[in-house]
Design a protein around this ligand. Structure first.
Ligand code: COA
Length: 258
């Protein structure tokens, strides 16, 4: 079904593993297409409550866009590549279920951009982050200039993008680029722990949190208006009634997702 990724649905978590270990999981166009289709396939799938994206092997999450593939692109092809990459990462960012990047090694260029499009990032101790595009004579093309500034602030982003310096996991944590740093053998368990916690919450409220937070960064939306609207709509939902009733009755809520 997919050429360059492995997928698995286990205990309501959908795992996407980039499967190009010999190329350090470099993101060629087929791989990005696979990731986009896999993510879109679970948007409406009630058996999935969260997604983990990782890279095969212990060396790389993804070492960037595939340099060999785009090395001879012209202006038109380069523009198309960037627009398509943006669309793939938007599909992740707008996913109605929480998406976690399990960064198990190099996250460079498009790899770091992929991780930044996920809602949460967990890094193993050997992870390394970088946007080395200026070394290749280009800028990041998969929203790296936008999301990096959102995550770590404009000044740090500009330095990081212009120097092409790599950050190790602890530096990435100190900058707020990743939420957690764990030993490599505990990486998936940490991601699962976070998703299992989220699984206990009302699914529609989780989707709404993602939509409201994303709205802040949408140029055409007013985040405050979106939040007011989303908040008000909950007052007609079963989960809201169940959640508030459970609190008042001093019991654990049992959400139906309606
Ligand atoms: N695109 C295409 N192929 C890539 C790649 C990329 N972004 N990153 C790594 N590879 C390939 C290498 O060409 C090599 O393939 P080969 O064995 O057929 O020659 C294989 O993956 C292993 O990489 P190698 O460079 O030998 O590993 P290393 O341990 O010496 O170095 C890196 C690791 C990550 C420092 C180095 O691969 C690198 O700098 N990659 C490019 C990072 C980059 O600029 N990304 C942004 C792209 S826009």
């Amino acid at each position: 079904m997919y050429q360059n990724i492995l997928t698995e649905n286990r205990e309501q978590i959908f795992y996407i593993t980039i499967n190009r270990e010999d190329k350090l999981n470099a993101l060629n166009i087929q791989t990005l297409t696979d990731i986009k289709n896999a993510v879109l396939s679970i948007y409406e799938d009630a058996s999935v409550r969260g997604v983990i994206i990782t890279g095969k092997g212990s060396k790389a999450f993804a070492a960037g866009a595939d340099i060999a593939e785009f090395a001879n692109f012209n202006v038109e092809e380069g523009t198309k590549m960037s627009a398509e990459g943006h669309a793939v990462l938007r599909a992740i960012d707008n996913c109605p279920k929480p998406v976690i990047a399990a960064v198990n090694g190099f996250a460079l260029g498009g790899g770091n951009e992929l991780a930044m499009a996920c809602h949460i990032r967990v890094a193993s101790e050997n992870a390394k982050f970088g946007q080395p595009e200026v070394n290749l004579g280009i800028t990041p093309g998969y929203a790296g200039t936008q999301r990096l500034a959102q995550l770590i602030g404009k000044g740090r982003a500009l330095e990081f993008l212009m120097t092409a310096d790599m950050l190790n996991a602890q530096q990435a944590y100190a900058f707020g680029l990743v939420n957690h740093v764990v030993p490599q053998d505990q990486l998936m368990a940490k991601c699962e722990e976070i998703l299992n916690k989220i699984k206990g919450k009302a699914p529609m409220a989780i989707t709404s949190v993602i939509r409201c937070v994303n709205a802040y960064y949408e140029k055409r939306a007013d985040g405050a208006d979106v939040e007011i609207n989303e908040f008000g709509n909950f007052f007609g939902s079963e989960d809201f009634m169940e959640g508030t009733r459970a609190f008042l009755e001093k019991r654990k809520a049992n959400f139906a997702g309606k």
